[in-house]
Ligand binder design. Structure first.
Ligand code: ABU
Length: 365
């Protein structure tokens, strides 16, 4: 029989009905694409950040070869880089406020070195909003297990208090099992992780309305995809993109929707045919990124490729935030009809990502 305790009305409503209800109040969580007008957003904070230490096979598979030796426990990022990254994150938050976006920040000054963690600067990896639901990712990297709890749980409680329609889905106990990496690795395995418990990074998924497009990677397994599916509000579904990336970890420098109907993609990682195979993209203008981005001489990109121009933050399908010094990308996005808002972000880039990584959209539309 019906047990009211387990019936979640917010999950059961269709997206359009939920949107209608939310429009009468100010929602705290209501976003289901990457380009509708951004109304509320999380901007991360670096804290006392350090190189995240994971299994050596994981580091080898996902991190730039020349920096692999740095990923040992409690190895701080250079102090100067962190101070500048923190200032860049504050500057991004100020730009977003000036553009009329409500900005939420995590706790400041967290000592990630003492915690044996990483940073609070990359919330896109750990949280995904789908409709009225904010889902905490079951990270594959155990050094990141406490990231959302330590830096973000106060904010998540606040969001739930601000909007009774908001659903916050915290990681379940089963997802903490430390069983993902077997030794020795089977050489036939494409990914470092097995499927013994759900694992995904939220940055392996992109929202296109009711369709969420994701990729399998060294941090996202089949059980993780099923776990995400099981927590989505009614009316949303996940499709997996065929990506050619032996080092895959995060889809948000592979595809970038700039507005409804226009997507830029990394032409060495994904093909137009693979994208067009998804019904939601069948009639979109799909544009390959036209040049190979160059890493700056300084600071180093310790954790990513140089394809961070695809890790931009779209404000509303007409405006996009890009690295202030990246004239070639500014010109290219300008030619696609976007107004580029310049923000210096090289030091944030250095510790793991760009504008998309450093934010989580909470409300769009
Ligand atoms: N999370 C962004 C990863 C970007 C890259 O390494 O290409």
């Amino acid at each position: 029989g019906f047990d009211g305790k387990f019936y979640d009305i917010n999950r059961a409503l269709t997206p359009s009905i939920r949107m209608t209800i939310s429009s009468t109040n100010t929602p705290a969580v209501q976003a289901d694409d990457e380009w509708s007008p951004l109304k509320a957003v999380i901007v991360g904070r670096a804290g006392r950040a350090c190189f995240p230490a994971a299994h050596p096979e994981m580091i080898k598979a996902t991190m730039p070869t020349e920096h692999v030796h740095r990923f040992i426990p409690k190895n701080p990022f250079p102090k100067d880089i962190i101070e500048k990254a923190e200032a860049e994150l504050d500057f991004l938050a100020a730009i977003l406020k000036a553009e009329g976006v409500r900005v939420y920040r995590p706790l400041s000054g967290i000592d990630w070195i003492a915690e044996g963690g990483y940073t609070g600067a990359m919330p896109r990896d750990g949280l995904i909003s789908v409709g009225n639901t904010l889902i905490e990712a079951p990270f594959a990297w155990s050094c990141r297990s406490r990231e959302i709890k330590l830096a973000y749980s106060q904010m998540l409680r606040q969001l739930a208090e601000e909007d009774e329609n908001a659903r916050i889905v915290y990681r379940s106990a089963e997802t903490f099992a430390d069983t993902l990496i077997n030794e020795p690795q089977d050489e036939k395995d494409q990914w470092v992780i097995n499927n013994s418990r759900p694992a995904f990074d939220a940055a392996d998924f992109m929202r296109f309305g009711s369709t969420i497009i994701g990729q399998y990677s060294h941090v996202t397994n089949q059980a993780g995809v099923e776990y995400l599916r099981s927590h989505l509000p009614v009316g949303y579904h996940v499709e997996m993109l065929n990506v050619n990336d032996p080092h895959a970890m995060h889809i948000d420098a592979t595809i970038l929707p700039l507005r409804e109907g226009l997507l830029v993609y990394h032409p060495y990682k994904v093909t137009e045919d693979a994208l067009r195979a998804h019904k939601v993209l069948a009639n979109w203008n799909l544009v390959p990124f036209p040049f190979i981005p160059q890493a700056p001489e300084w600071p180093p990109l310790y954790m990513t490729s140089a394809w961070l121009p695809l890790n931009a933050l779209v404000l509303d399908g007409e405006r996009v935030i890009v690295e202030a010094s990246d004239e070639r990308t500014i010109k290219f996005y300008g030619e696609l009809g976007m107004k580029c808002i310049k923000c210096p972000f090289k030091h944030v880039n250095s510790i793991g990502g760009s504008f998309h990584c450093a934010t989580v959209d909470l409300v769009r539309g």
